[in-house]
Write a protein that binds this ligand. Sequence first.
Ligand code: PLP
Length: 486
Amino acid sequence: MIDLTIHPERRQRAIQRVRERNIIIPTFNQMMNPDLIPARVKEELSKVGLWDLNPRNLFRISWKNQPKAKGGGFGGLNYLEFPKSLTGTEARIIALVGKWFPTGAHKVGAAFGCLVPRLVTGAFDPTLQKAVWPSTGNFCRGGAYDSALLGCQSIAILPEGMSRERFEWLSKIAGEVIATPGSESNVKEIFDKCKELRQSGQDLMIFNQFEEFGNYLWHYTVTGHAMEDLLQQVMGPKDVYQGMVSATGSAGTIAFGDYMKQLFPASKIGASEALQCPTLLENGFGSHRIEGIGDKHVPWIHNVKNTDVVVAIDDEAVVNLARLFNEEAGRAYLVKKSVPEMTVNQLDLLGFSGISNVLSAIKMAKYYEMGENDIVLTVLTDSMELYGSRLSEMHQESGEYSELDAAAHYARFLQGISTDNMIELSYADRRRVHNLKYYTWVEQQGKTYDEIQSQWYDIGYWVTVQGLVSKIDTLIEAFNAEVGLI
Ligand SMILES: Cc1ncc(COP(=O)(O)O)c(C=O)c1O
Protein backbone atom coordinates (compact mmCIF):
# COMPACT_ATOMS: atom_id res chain seq x y z
CA MET A 1 0.00 0.00 0.00
CA ILE A 2 2.53 2.57 1.21
CA ASP A 3 5.91 0.98 1.70
CA LEU A 4 7.60 2.57 4.72
CA THR A 5 10.81 0.53 4.57
CA ILE A 6 13.83 2.71 5.42
CA HIS A 7 16.70 2.98 2.91
CA PRO A 8 19.41 4.45 5.15
CA GLU A 9 21.93 5.65 2.57
CA ARG A 10 19.39 7.26 0.28
CA ARG A 11 17.64 8.77 3.27
CA GLN A 12 20.91 10.39 4.38
CA ARG A 13 21.29 11.95 0.94
CA ALA A 14 17.72 13.25 1.17
CA ILE A 15 18.46 14.73 4.61
CA GLN A 16 21.52 16.46 3.22
CA ARG A 17 19.54 17.90 0.27
CA VAL A 18 16.72 19.10 2.50
CA ARG A 19 19.15 20.73 4.90
CA GLU A 20 20.98 22.53 2.08
CA ARG A 21 17.69 23.88 0.75
CA ASN A 22 16.46 25.04 4.17
CA ILE A 23 13.38 22.80 4.04
CA ILE A 24 11.16 21.86 6.98
CA ILE A 25 8.51 19.24 6.23
CA PRO A 26 5.13 19.65 7.91
CA THR A 27 3.40 16.66 9.46
CA PHE A 28 -0.12 15.63 8.48
CA ASN A 29 -1.10 16.68 11.97
CA GLN A 30 0.13 20.23 11.35
CA MET A 31 -1.79 20.36 8.08
CA MET A 32 -4.95 19.42 9.95
CA ASN A 33 -4.26 21.75 12.81
CA PRO A 34 -2.16 24.83 11.96
CA ASP A 35 -2.05 25.76 15.67
CA LEU A 36 0.75 23.18 15.83
CA ILE A 37 2.91 25.03 13.28
CA PRO A 38 5.94 26.64 14.97
CA ALA A 39 5.62 30.42 15.47
CA ARG A 40 8.88 30.93 13.57
CA VAL A 41 7.41 29.33 10.44
CA LYS A 42 4.29 31.49 10.70
CA GLU A 43 6.46 34.57 11.04
CA GLU A 44 8.41 33.63 7.90
CA LEU A 45 5.16 33.02 6.02
CA SER A 46 3.97 36.52 6.78
CA LYS A 47 6.28 37.69 3.98
CA VAL A 48 5.64 34.88 1.50
CA GLY A 49 3.14 34.79 -1.39
CA LEU A 50 0.69 31.87 -1.53
CA TRP A 51 2.12 30.44 -4.75
CA ASP A 52 5.78 31.37 -4.16
CA LEU A 53 8.40 28.69 -4.61
CA ASN A 54 9.39 28.98 -0.98
CA PRO A 55 9.74 25.77 1.06
CA ARG A 56 7.76 27.29 3.94
CA ASN A 57 4.72 27.13 1.70
CA LEU A 58 4.64 23.40 2.45
CA PHE A 59 2.91 24.50 5.64
CA ARG A 60 0.19 26.16 3.58
CA ILE A 61 -0.96 22.77 2.29
CA SER A 62 -4.03 23.17 4.45
CA TRP A 63 -7.73 23.97 4.18
CA LYS A 64 -7.24 26.63 6.83
CA ASN A 65 -5.17 29.26 5.04
CA GLN A 66 -6.27 32.82 5.30
CA PRO A 67 -7.67 33.69 1.88
CA LYS A 68 -4.87 36.07 0.92
CA ALA A 69 -2.48 36.10 -2.03
CA LYS A 70 0.46 37.10 0.15
CA GLY A 71 1.44 36.94 3.78
CA GLY A 72 -1.66 35.09 4.97
CA GLY A 73 -1.68 33.28 8.27
CA PHE A 74 -4.06 30.56 9.31
CA GLY A 75 -7.65 31.28 10.12
CA GLY A 76 -10.87 29.36 9.93
CA LEU A 77 -11.87 27.03 7.14
CA ASN A 78 -12.48 28.37 3.65
CA TYR A 79 -15.97 27.26 2.67
CA LEU A 80 -19.07 28.32 0.80
CA GLU A 81 -22.70 27.46 1.52
CA PHE A 82 -25.11 27.59 -1.43
CA PRO A 83 -28.56 29.12 -0.86
CA LYS A 84 -31.83 27.64 -2.01
CA SER A 85 -32.26 30.44 -4.55
CA LEU A 86 -29.32 28.92 -6.39
CA THR A 87 -29.70 25.21 -5.71
CA GLY A 88 -33.47 24.81 -5.75
CA THR A 89 -33.28 22.58 -2.68
CA GLU A 90 -33.87 23.24 1.00
CA ALA A 91 -30.92 21.03 1.89
CA ARG A 92 -27.74 22.70 3.09
CA ILE A 93 -25.05 22.26 0.47
CA ILE A 94 -21.66 23.29 1.74
CA ALA A 95 -18.28 23.07 0.04
CA LEU A 96 -14.69 23.53 1.13
CA VAL A 97 -12.79 25.95 -1.12
CA GLY A 98 -9.61 24.77 -2.87
CA LYS A 99 -8.53 28.10 -4.33
CA TRP A 100 -6.54 29.08 -1.26
CA PHE A 101 -4.05 26.28 -1.50
CA PRO A 102 -0.71 27.07 -3.15
CA THR A 103 -1.24 26.31 -6.89
CA GLY A 104 -4.91 27.22 -6.43
CA ALA A 105 -6.01 23.61 -6.06
CA HIS A 106 -6.26 21.01 -3.31
CA LYS A 107 -4.37 18.26 -5.17
CA VAL A 108 -1.13 19.86 -3.99
CA GLY A 109 -1.93 18.02 -0.75
CA ALA A 110 -2.47 14.68 -2.42
CA ALA A 111 0.88 15.04 -4.19
CA PHE A 112 2.52 15.79 -0.84
CA GLY A 113 0.91 12.61 0.52
CA CYS A 114 2.57 10.62 -2.26
CA LEU A 115 6.04 12.16 -2.28
CA VAL A 116 6.83 12.80 1.36
CA PRO A 117 6.59 9.21 2.69
CA ARG A 118 9.04 8.17 -0.06
CA LEU A 119 11.37 11.06 0.72
CA VAL A 120 11.56 10.58 4.46
CA THR A 121 12.12 6.82 4.16
CA GLY A 122 14.75 7.21 1.45
CA ALA A 123 12.69 5.29 -1.12
CA PHE A 124 12.94 8.38 -3.32
CA ASP A 125 16.40 9.86 -3.66
CA PRO A 126 16.16 13.51 -4.75
CA THR A 127 19.84 13.58 -5.65
CA LEU A 128 19.50 10.80 -8.23
CA GLN A 129 15.88 10.52 -9.25
CA LYS A 130 13.19 12.59 -10.92
CA ALA A 131 9.61 12.55 -9.67
CA VAL A 132 7.09 11.90 -12.44
CA TRP A 133 3.59 13.28 -11.99
CA PRO A 134 1.01 11.88 -14.41
CA SER A 135 -2.45 13.44 -14.20
CA THR A 136 -5.27 15.11 -16.06
CA GLY A 137 -4.73 18.37 -14.25
CA ASN A 138 -4.04 19.64 -10.81
CA PHE A 139 -2.24 16.65 -9.37
CA CYS A 140 0.69 17.14 -11.72
CA ARG A 141 0.67 20.87 -10.98
CA GLY A 142 0.74 20.06 -7.25
CA GLY A 143 3.38 17.40 -7.77
CA ALA A 144 5.68 19.70 -9.73
CA TYR A 145 5.17 22.43 -7.13
CA ASP A 146 5.82 20.15 -4.14
CA SER A 147 8.88 18.73 -5.90
CA ALA A 148 10.27 22.24 -6.34
CA LEU A 149 9.64 23.06 -2.67
CA LEU A 150 11.21 19.78 -1.54
CA GLY A 151 14.34 20.12 -3.68
CA CYS A 152 13.34 17.39 -6.15
CA GLN A 153 13.37 17.40 -9.95
CA SER A 154 10.09 16.66 -11.67
CA ILE A 155 8.38 15.67 -14.89
CA ALA A 156 4.69 16.56 -15.35
CA ILE A 157 2.51 14.54 -17.73
CA LEU A 158 -0.93 15.75 -18.80
CA PRO A 159 -3.19 15.54 -21.85
CA GLU A 160 -2.55 18.10 -24.56
CA GLY A 161 -6.18 19.27 -24.48
CA MET A 162 -5.99 20.71 -20.95
CA SER A 163 -6.34 24.44 -20.36
CA ARG A 164 -3.59 26.78 -21.55
CA GLU A 165 -3.08 28.19 -18.04
CA ARG A 166 -1.97 24.78 -16.80
CA PHE A 167 0.72 24.41 -19.46
CA GLU A 168 2.00 27.96 -19.10
CA TRP A 169 2.41 27.69 -15.35
CA LEU A 170 3.84 24.17 -15.43
CA SER A 171 6.51 25.11 -17.92
CA LYS A 172 7.94 27.44 -15.26
CA ILE A 173 7.78 24.95 -12.38
CA ALA A 174 8.42 21.44 -13.69
CA GLY A 175 11.74 20.31 -15.13
CA GLU A 176 9.88 18.84 -18.08
CA VAL A 177 6.26 18.89 -19.25
CA ILE A 178 4.97 16.07 -21.45
CA ALA A 179 1.67 16.46 -23.32
CA THR A 180 -0.07 13.16 -24.11
CA PRO A 181 -2.66 12.72 -26.89
CA GLY A 182 -6.28 13.62 -26.22
CA SER A 183 -8.03 15.46 -23.46
CA GLU A 184 -9.64 15.01 -20.09
CA SER A 185 -10.67 11.37 -20.24
CA ASN A 186 -7.59 9.99 -22.04
CA VAL A 187 -6.04 8.45 -18.95
CA LYS A 188 -4.84 5.29 -20.72
CA GLU A 189 -2.55 7.43 -22.91
CA ILE A 190 -1.00 8.86 -19.74
CA PHE A 191 -0.38 5.35 -18.41
CA ASP A 192 1.24 4.42 -21.74
CA LYS A 193 3.60 7.40 -21.46
CA CYS A 194 4.55 6.28 -17.94
CA LYS A 195 5.37 2.84 -19.27
CA GLU A 196 7.53 4.37 -21.97
CA LEU A 197 9.38 6.49 -19.39
CA ARG A 198 9.88 3.46 -17.14
CA GLN A 199 11.55 1.65 -20.02
CA SER A 200 13.68 4.67 -20.98
CA GLY A 201 16.47 3.81 -18.56
CA GLN A 202 16.20 7.13 -16.69
CA ASP A 203 16.17 6.98 -12.89
CA LEU A 204 12.58 7.97 -12.22
CA MET A 205 9.88 7.42 -9.69
CA ILE A 206 6.35 7.60 -11.01
CA PHE A 207 3.72 8.93 -8.65
CA ASN A 208 0.57 7.69 -10.30
CA GLN A 209 -2.27 9.34 -8.39
CA PHE A 210 -4.74 6.73 -9.60
CA GLU A 211 -2.97 4.02 -7.61
CA GLU A 212 -1.02 5.92 -4.94
CA PHE A 213 -2.42 5.42 -1.46
CA GLY A 214 -0.67 8.60 -0.32
CA ASN A 215 -3.36 10.40 -2.33
CA TYR A 216 -6.15 8.47 -0.59
CA LEU A 217 -4.50 8.96 2.81
CA TRP A 218 -4.01 12.71 2.53
CA HIS A 219 -7.67 13.25 1.69
CA TYR A 220 -8.92 10.71 4.22
CA THR A 221 -6.93 12.47 6.93
CA VAL A 222 -6.57 16.15 6.10
CA THR A 223 -9.72 16.75 4.05
CA GLY A 224 -11.61 14.40 6.39
CA HIS A 225 -10.67 16.34 9.50
CA ALA A 226 -11.37 19.65 7.76
CA MET A 227 -14.89 18.42 6.97
CA GLU A 228 -15.37 17.32 10.56
CA ASP A 229 -14.28 20.77 11.75
CA LEU A 230 -16.58 22.37 9.20
CA LEU A 231 -19.57 20.47 10.55
CA GLN A 232 -18.73 21.55 14.07
CA GLN A 233 -18.73 25.12 12.85
CA VAL A 234 -21.93 25.13 10.78
CA MET A 235 -24.21 22.50 12.26
CA GLY A 236 -27.24 23.65 14.19
CA PRO A 237 -28.81 21.51 16.93
CA LYS A 238 -31.35 19.96 14.54
CA ASP A 239 -29.00 19.49 11.61
CA VAL A 240 -27.98 16.09 10.31
CA TYR A 241 -24.93 15.31 8.21
CA GLN A 242 -26.39 13.20 5.42
CA GLY A 243 -23.41 12.63 3.19
CA MET A 244 -20.83 13.83 0.74
CA VAL A 245 -20.17 13.70 -2.94
CA SER A 246 -17.04 14.13 -5.01
CA ALA A 247 -16.22 13.74 -8.66
CA THR A 248 -13.71 10.95 -8.95
CA GLY A 249 -10.66 11.80 -10.99
CA SER A 250 -8.20 9.66 -9.12
CA ALA A 251 -10.74 8.99 -6.34
CA GLY A 252 -8.46 10.59 -3.76
CA THR A 253 -10.84 13.33 -2.62
CA ILE A 254 -13.73 10.93 -2.12
CA ALA A 255 -11.65 9.30 0.65
CA PHE A 256 -12.88 12.03 3.01
CA GLY A 257 -16.24 10.27 2.73
CA ASP A 258 -14.68 7.17 4.30
CA TYR A 259 -13.52 9.28 7.23
CA MET A 260 -16.93 10.92 7.62
CA LYS A 261 -18.77 7.61 7.39
CA GLN A 262 -16.73 6.33 10.31
CA LEU A 263 -17.99 9.33 12.31
CA PHE A 264 -21.54 9.19 10.89
CA PRO A 265 -22.22 5.58 9.91
CA ALA A 266 -25.60 6.40 8.34
CA SER A 267 -24.10 8.98 5.99
CA LYS A 268 -23.82 8.43 2.24
CA ILE A 269 -20.86 8.59 -0.10
CA GLY A 270 -21.53 9.78 -3.63
CA ALA A 271 -19.11 9.40 -6.54
CA SER A 272 -19.77 11.61 -9.50
CA GLU A 273 -18.52 11.64 -13.04
CA ALA A 274 -19.31 13.17 -16.43
CA LEU A 275 -22.42 11.89 -18.18
CA GLN A 276 -20.42 11.92 -21.41
CA CYS A 277 -18.06 9.34 -19.88
CA PRO A 278 -20.29 7.24 -17.59
CA THR A 279 -17.78 4.60 -16.48
CA LEU A 280 -19.19 4.05 -13.00
CA LEU A 281 -22.82 4.46 -14.07
CA GLU A 282 -22.81 2.04 -16.97
CA ASN A 283 -19.22 0.99 -17.79
CA GLY A 284 -19.32 3.73 -20.42
CA PHE A 285 -16.62 5.76 -22.09
CA GLY A 286 -16.32 9.03 -23.96
CA SER A 287 -14.72 12.44 -23.81
CA HIS A 288 -16.01 15.32 -21.74
CA ARG A 289 -15.28 18.87 -20.65
CA ILE A 290 -15.24 18.66 -16.84
CA GLU A 291 -11.51 19.25 -16.48
CA GLY A 292 -9.83 17.30 -13.70
CA ILE A 293 -12.00 14.21 -13.63
CA GLY A 294 -10.58 12.00 -16.36
CA ASP A 295 -12.26 8.65 -16.51
CA LYS A 296 -12.73 5.43 -18.54
CA HIS A 297 -11.37 3.39 -15.68
CA VAL A 298 -11.91 2.88 -11.96
CA PRO A 299 -8.96 4.19 -9.94
CA TRP A 300 -7.15 1.57 -7.87
CA ILE A 301 -7.55 3.66 -4.70
CA HIS A 302 -11.34 4.01 -4.99
CA ASN A 303 -12.97 2.23 -2.05
CA VAL A 304 -15.91 1.18 -4.18
CA LYS A 305 -17.45 -1.10 -1.59
CA ASN A 306 -18.06 1.95 0.57
CA THR A 307 -19.63 4.03 -2.24
CA ASP A 308 -23.40 4.41 -2.01
CA VAL A 309 -24.41 6.47 -5.00
CA VAL A 310 -23.16 7.28 -8.49
CA VAL A 311 -24.16 10.59 -10.05
CA ALA A 312 -23.42 11.53 -13.64
CA ILE A 313 -23.38 15.21 -14.60
CA ASP A 314 -23.92 16.54 -18.10
CA ASP A 315 -20.89 18.62 -19.07
CA GLU A 316 -23.21 20.92 -21.03
CA ALA A 317 -24.67 22.01 -17.68
CA VAL A 318 -21.22 22.59 -16.25
CA VAL A 319 -19.82 24.74 -19.07
CA ASN A 320 -22.98 26.83 -19.33
CA LEU A 321 -23.14 27.39 -15.59
CA ALA A 322 -19.51 28.49 -15.71
CA ARG A 323 -20.73 31.31 -17.95
CA LEU A 324 -23.77 32.05 -15.79
CA PHE A 325 -21.56 32.27 -12.70
CA ASN A 326 -18.85 34.42 -14.25
CA GLU A 327 -20.32 36.60 -17.00
CA GLU A 328 -21.66 39.98 -15.93
CA ALA A 329 -25.15 39.35 -17.32
CA GLY A 330 -25.21 35.97 -15.61
CA ARG A 331 -24.38 37.41 -12.22
CA ALA A 332 -26.87 40.25 -12.61
CA TYR A 333 -29.59 37.71 -13.42
CA LEU A 334 -28.76 35.62 -10.36
CA VAL A 335 -29.12 38.68 -8.17
CA LYS A 336 -32.54 39.28 -9.78
CA LYS A 337 -33.44 35.73 -8.80
CA SER A 338 -32.64 36.63 -5.18
CA VAL A 339 -29.30 34.87 -4.92
CA PRO A 340 -27.50 36.97 -2.28
CA GLU A 341 -24.88 39.24 -3.80
CA MET A 342 -22.31 37.92 -1.36
CA THR A 343 -22.74 34.45 -2.88
CA VAL A 344 -22.83 35.69 -6.46
CA ASN A 345 -19.57 37.56 -5.98
CA GLN A 346 -17.88 34.38 -4.89
CA LEU A 347 -19.04 32.10 -7.69
CA ASP A 348 -15.64 32.27 -9.35
CA LEU A 349 -14.49 30.01 -6.50
CA LEU A 350 -16.00 27.16 -8.51
CA GLY A 351 -13.88 25.63 -11.26
CA PHE A 352 -15.54 23.20 -13.67
CA SER A 353 -15.33 20.19 -11.38
CA GLY A 354 -16.47 22.37 -8.46
CA ILE A 355 -19.63 23.25 -10.41
CA SER A 356 -20.07 19.57 -11.17
CA ASN A 357 -19.68 18.69 -7.49
CA VAL A 358 -22.32 21.19 -6.44
CA LEU A 359 -24.73 19.84 -9.08
CA SER A 360 -24.02 16.33 -7.81
CA ALA A 361 -24.78 17.42 -4.26
CA ILE A 362 -28.09 18.93 -5.39
CA LYS A 363 -29.03 15.72 -7.16
CA MET A 364 -28.20 13.70 -4.06
CA ALA A 365 -30.25 16.06 -1.91
CA LYS A 366 -33.21 15.68 -4.25
CA TYR A 367 -32.87 11.90 -4.54
CA TYR A 368 -32.88 11.44 -0.76
CA GLU A 369 -35.63 14.09 -0.33
CA MET A 370 -33.50 16.15 2.03
CA GLY A 371 -34.85 19.12 3.91
CA GLU A 372 -33.54 22.26 5.57
CA ASN A 373 -31.72 20.40 8.33
CA ASP A 374 -29.89 18.01 6.06
CA ILE A 375 -26.28 18.71 5.13
CA VAL A 376 -24.38 17.51 2.08
CA LEU A 377 -20.68 18.28 1.85
CA THR A 378 -18.48 18.57 -1.19
CA VAL A 379 -15.35 20.35 -2.40
CA LEU A 380 -14.51 23.11 -4.84
CA THR A 381 -11.28 21.54 -5.99
CA ASP A 382 -10.06 24.64 -7.82
CA SER A 383 -11.47 27.94 -9.06
CA MET A 384 -12.13 29.79 -12.31
CA GLU A 385 -8.71 31.38 -11.86
CA LEU A 386 -7.36 28.29 -13.67
CA TYR A 387 -9.81 28.47 -16.59
CA GLY A 388 -9.81 32.08 -17.75
CA SER A 389 -8.83 30.97 -21.26
CA ARG A 390 -11.81 28.61 -21.40
CA LEU A 391 -14.19 31.45 -20.55
CA SER A 392 -12.69 33.59 -23.31
CA GLU A 393 -12.95 30.69 -25.76
CA MET A 394 -16.64 30.24 -24.92
CA HIS A 395 -17.17 33.95 -25.25
CA GLN A 396 -15.65 33.85 -28.72
CA GLU A 397 -17.50 30.72 -29.82
CA SER A 398 -20.96 31.59 -28.50
CA GLY A 399 -20.82 35.38 -28.51
CA GLU A 400 -22.01 37.89 -25.93
CA TYR A 401 -23.69 36.36 -22.87
CA SER A 402 -27.15 37.83 -22.57
CA GLU A 403 -29.87 37.92 -19.91
CA LEU A 404 -31.82 35.47 -22.08
CA ASP A 405 -28.92 33.01 -21.96
CA ALA A 406 -28.75 33.47 -18.22
CA ALA A 407 -32.48 32.83 -17.77
CA ALA A 408 -32.34 29.70 -19.90
CA HIS A 409 -29.28 28.31 -18.12
CA TYR A 410 -30.65 29.09 -14.67
CA ALA A 411 -33.97 27.42 -15.45
CA ARG A 412 -32.56 24.40 -17.23
CA PHE A 413 -29.34 23.63 -15.43
CA LEU A 414 -30.13 24.74 -11.87
CA GLN A 415 -33.86 24.85 -11.21
CA GLY A 416 -34.40 21.94 -13.59
CA ILE A 417 -32.01 19.56 -11.85
CA SER A 418 -33.62 16.17 -11.48
CA THR A 419 -32.57 12.75 -10.24
CA ASP A 420 -31.82 11.35 -13.68
CA ASN A 421 -28.49 9.66 -14.42
CA MET A 422 -27.98 8.40 -10.89
CA ILE A 423 -27.89 5.00 -9.28
CA GLU A 424 -27.99 4.01 -5.67
CA LEU A 425 -25.51 1.15 -5.66
CA SER A 426 -26.65 -2.27 -4.49
CA TYR A 427 -24.07 -4.79 -3.28
CA ALA A 428 -23.97 -6.29 -6.77
CA ASP A 429 -23.65 -2.86 -8.41
CA ARG A 430 -20.67 -2.05 -6.22
CA ARG A 431 -19.05 -5.35 -7.11
CA ARG A 432 -19.63 -4.64 -10.80
CA VAL A 433 -17.80 -1.32 -10.47
CA HIS A 434 -15.02 -2.83 -8.37
CA ASN A 435 -14.58 -5.66 -10.88
CA LEU A 436 -13.85 -3.11 -13.61
CA LYS A 437 -10.58 -2.41 -11.82
CA TYR A 438 -9.36 -5.81 -12.98
CA TYR A 439 -8.97 -4.77 -16.62
CA THR A 440 -6.90 -1.67 -15.92
CA TRP A 441 -4.97 -2.67 -12.88
CA VAL A 442 -4.43 -6.42 -12.91
CA GLU A 443 -4.39 -6.98 -16.66
CA GLN A 444 -2.46 -3.86 -17.64
CA GLN A 445 -0.76 -2.24 -14.66
CA GLY A 446 0.77 -5.13 -12.75
CA LYS A 447 -1.49 -5.32 -9.68
CA THR A 448 -2.08 -8.78 -8.28
CA TYR A 449 -5.19 -10.91 -8.24
CA ASP A 450 -4.79 -11.30 -4.48
CA GLU A 451 -4.77 -7.56 -3.89
CA ILE A 452 -7.87 -6.82 -5.94
CA GLN A 453 -9.64 -9.55 -4.00
CA SER A 454 -8.26 -8.18 -0.77
CA GLN A 455 -9.63 -4.68 -1.51
CA TRP A 456 -13.08 -6.25 -1.70
CA TYR A 457 -13.05 -9.11 0.80
CA ASP A 458 -10.52 -8.13 3.47
CA ILE A 459 -12.25 -5.88 6.01
CA GLY A 460 -8.88 -4.68 7.29
CA TYR A 461 -7.57 -3.54 3.91
CA TRP A 462 -8.74 0.10 3.96
CA VAL A 463 -8.35 0.43 7.72
CA THR A 464 -4.71 -0.55 7.36
CA VAL A 465 -4.15 2.26 4.84
CA GLN A 466 -5.91 4.74 7.12
CA GLY A 467 -3.72 3.73 10.06
CA LEU A 468 -0.50 4.61 8.25
CA VAL A 469 -0.76 8.32 8.90
CA SER A 470 0.60 8.28 12.44
CA LYS A 471 3.58 6.19 11.31
CA ILE A 472 4.28 8.65 8.51
CA ASP A 473 4.10 11.60 10.90
CA THR A 474 6.61 9.88 13.19
CA LEU A 475 8.92 9.39 10.21
CA ILE A 476 8.56 13.05 9.19
CA GLU A 477 9.37 14.22 12.72
CA ALA A 478 12.45 11.98 12.90
CA PHE A 479 13.59 13.21 9.48
CA ASN A 480 13.15 16.88 10.44
CA ALA A 481 15.04 16.27 13.67
CA GLU A 482 18.02 14.91 11.74
CA VAL A 483 17.87 17.78 9.27
CA GLY A 484 18.17 19.98 12.31
CA LEU A 485 16.35 23.14 11.18
CA ILE A 486 13.72 23.03 13.91
C1 PLP B 1 -9.93 20.16 -11.11
C2 PLP B 1 -10.05 18.81 -10.50
N1 PLP B 1 -11.25 18.41 -10.08
C3 PLP B 1 -11.44 17.20 -9.53
C4 PLP B 1 -10.40 16.33 -9.37
C5 PLP B 1 -10.70 14.98 -8.84
O1 PLP B 1 -10.17 14.73 -7.59
P1 PLP B 1 -9.63 13.31 -7.25
O2 PLP B 1 -8.53 13.03 -8.23
O3 PLP B 1 -9.13 13.43 -5.88
O4 PLP B 1 -10.73 12.33 -7.40
C6 PLP B 1 -9.12 16.71 -9.78
C7 PLP B 1 -7.99 15.81 -9.60
O5 PLP B 1 -6.86 16.08 -9.86
C8 PLP B 1 -8.94 17.99 -10.36
O6 PLP B 1 -7.76 18.39 -10.80
